[in-house]
Design a protein. Structure first.
Length: 304
């Protein structure tokens, strides 16, 4: 099936409206020969003249009269589509689907959304929370917030801020089990571990003078949500490597303390990732920029 020559019909509509090839060419910002070729192309395709042309005037043939109303509607629809897209680019509108980890999404993303919604009332949001890694393309997501080191992939990624990982425990734990002075001592301590970390993975630390050290820590509790470890931490049941955004309030009030000062676990980061090969709508870019600005100001955020 041959597609209709929409460009030529639009040119025909403007010629019919303005009454000359020259006027139509000027209005459309194209050359007069381009107008002539478009009309000739239509007439060959239709097998009949659309315009009567003399040296003094131009008029529509019967076929032209029959076609002009619909051609004018085609031109108007095309102009309306472009106007709508241009308006959206200037003023974001439409729907955005975003995925994020559960605890981070509840505690740190959801509170940022009301100000975005107030600023962009024509954008609607959908937030899907799960600690599992979602399929952006298969799930129809516009973006996802991910925390940690990103695997190599075709996804487009933007780093929003850094996150310190801290080894923490309750004062009651240190009173009962002692306070480790070197990572090697952790082999005799009790670990509270995140289930999405690799099973049996060693805890890694870096010291500016003493270098790197890795140690296996016996796990007494594993959970697939890092926030679920907090009650056991506060009860003095063990030590955990936790992102600072989960424990900064408890650290501030003294309910938790940092173990092994000077030994720093590897830092991670908050990224936003997007499907590959898509243009980025204004509504998505506006949300990303909003999150980047606000997260950079968080009391727990390290440099982006």
């Amino acid at each position: 099936m041959q597609l209709p020559d929409l460009e030529a019909w639009a040119i025909f509509a403007r010629v019919a409206e303005l009454g000359s090839f020259a006027a139509a060419a000027e209005a459309l910002g194209i050359t007069q020969p381009t107008v002539s070729k478009a009309i000739a192309r239509l007439e060959r395709r239709m097998g009949t003249p659309l315009l009567h042309r003399t040296s003094r005037r131009m008029s529509l043939t019967a076929a032209g009269e029959a076609a002009v109303e619909r051609a004018t509607r085609l031109l108007a629809e095309g102009e309306a589509v472009e106007a709508a897209i241009t308006a959206q680019a200037v003023s974001p509108r439409g729907h955005v689907r975003m995925a994020a980890p559960m605890s981070f999404g509840v505690a740190h993303l959801a509170p940022l959304l009301p100000t975005f919604m107030s600023r962009f009332p024509d954008v609607t949001l959908e937030l899907a929370l799960s600690d599992e890694t979602v399929d952006l393309v298969g799930g129809g997501f516009d973006l996802a917030v991910r925390i940690g080191n990103l695997d190599d992939s075709s996804l487009i990624a933007r780093r929003l801020c850094g996150v310190r990982i801290l080894l923490v425990g309750a004062p009651a734990y240190f009173e009962r089990m002692g306070r480790p002075k070197h990572p090697r001592e952790l082999a005799t301590h009790r670990g509270l571990t995140y289930a999405y970390a690799k099973p049996g993975a060693a805890w890694r630390f870096h010291h500016p003078r003493q270098g790197d050290y890795s140690v296996g820590v016996p796990s007494v509790l594993r959970a697939n949500n890092a926030e679920a470890l907090t009650p056991a931490l506060l009860a003095g049941m063990g030590l955990a490597l936790q992102p600072e955004f989960l424990v900064w309030r408890e650290l501030r009030r003294g309910a938790l303390e940092v173990a092994l000062p000077g030994w720093q676990p590897p830092e991670i980061a908050v990224h936003v990732v997007m499907p590959p090969g898509r243009g980025r709508p204004a509504r998505v870019q506006a949300l990303i920029d909003h999150l980047a600005r606000r997260l950079a100001q968080a009391p727990w955020a390290a440099e982006a």
